[in-house]
Ligand binder design. Structure first.
Ligand code: MN
Length: 194
């Protein structure tokens, strides 16, 4: 298998403004994520890991390799779930039904998700995932962890590393998280749920 590549964003760098600035996107995707891709490729060069998928590396490895692979997987899911002009601002169909069933309402889900993002101590990610029975859960994962390490299927994530918001929001992490709902592309999240 060839080396892992930096994903291309499915939108222009300024498309998510004012929720996420062009400046933040350029550093976050072009520097931070690109750095993780370069690190991982250097670390696995000449090893059996080159024949594995990103998901397999995250589940099977540890240390620096898992951290860099995890950050690539996390950021790919993160960047690909946004749109400057989402076609709908809330889920519909089976995902909407599951959110109502497991959290009470869409608003209650958003409140809990934001709260878990705001209260995650240090660097990490807040996730909406489905377990093997299709039940939805919200988890806090520190540093580079991904819910697949717990056997969950990741659906939606907000990055709470400071590099994700500090240029635009400084210390106001809760304000950043509240704004992100405007750019979630629920069509992408629904596809992950299927
Ligand atoms: Mn990040």
């Amino acid at each position: 298998m060839s080396a892992f590549e930096l994903i291309k964003l499915p939108y222009a760098a300024d498309a998510l403004e004012p929720v996420i600035s062009k400046n933040t996107i350029e550093f976050h995707h072009g520097k931070h994520l690109a750095g993780y891709v370069n690190n991982l490729n250097n670390m696995i060069q000449g090893t059996d890991m080159q024949n594995l998928t990103l998901e397999e590396i995250v589940v099977k490895s540890d240390g620096g390799i898992r951290n860099n692979a995890g950050q690539i997987l996390n950021h790919n899911l993160y960047f690909e779930q946004f749109s400057g002009k989402p076609s709908k601002t809330a889920p519909t169909g089976a995902l909407a039904d599951a959110i109502t069933r497991d959290f009470g309402s869409f608003d209650a889900f958003k409140d809990e998700f934001q709260k878990k993002g705001a209260t995650l101590f240090g660097s990490g990610w807040v996730w909406l995932s489905a377990n093997k029975d299709g039940k939805l859960v919200i988890t806090q994962e520190t540093n580079a962890a991904n819910p697949i390490q717990k056997g969950l299927c990741p659906l939606l994530t907000f990055d709470v590393w400071e590099h994700a918001y500090y240029l635009d929001y400084q210390n106001r992490r809760p304000d950043h998280l509240a704004a992100l709902w405007q750019i979630v592309d629920w069509n992408v999240v629904e596809k992950r749920f299927k």
